[in-house]
Design a binder for this molecule. Structure first.
Ligand code: MN
Length: 132
């Protein structure tokens, strides 16, 4: 066993996120494992860009009020204890509600080959539901 050395919290890049988003790696996926787990903290109004995951993704909300939406789907408000599954290849975004912080644990897996995730356009202010 090994107590992992604490790594610095990483700021989510502005090509993939709108607003202030910070993450810490919990599971780095030591081969042969391909599991990755991060805790991700979103400030009010912050959200991911549109993206999809090659092998899907599970989100577990630990704090605050969040929003998640699949492309063409209805907006879903999420709360602590909620578990959201996005299947492989499904385009979606997730983030904090406009007036609240949100923290979730994100669990996904690298495919045997190719990219873990595919990133698209930022979620615009017009797409993001400011009034709830
Ligand atoms: Mn995702």
């Amino acid at each position: 066993m090994e107590m992992l050395t604490k790594q610095p919290t990483t700021k989510g890049p502005d090509t993939m996120f709108t607003g202030d988003v910070w993450f810490d790696v919990i599971v780095r996926g030591e081969p042969p494992s391909r599991v990755r787990t991060n805790t991700v903290r979103f400030s009010p109004g912050a959200r991911t860009a549109w993206h999809s995951h090659a092998v899907g993704q599970t989100l577990y909300v630990t704090e605050g009020i969040g929003l998640v939406q699949a492309r063409g789907g209805k907006l879903v408000e999420m709360h602590p204890g909620d578990v959201i599954w996005t299947p492989p290849g499904e385009w979606h975004w997730h983030g904090a509600a406009a007036a609240n912080f949100m923290t979730h644990i994100a669990i996904w897996e690298a495919p045997e080959s190719g990219d873990e995730s595919t990133w698209g356009d930022l979620v615009t202010d017009a797409e993001y539901p400011r009034a709830r």
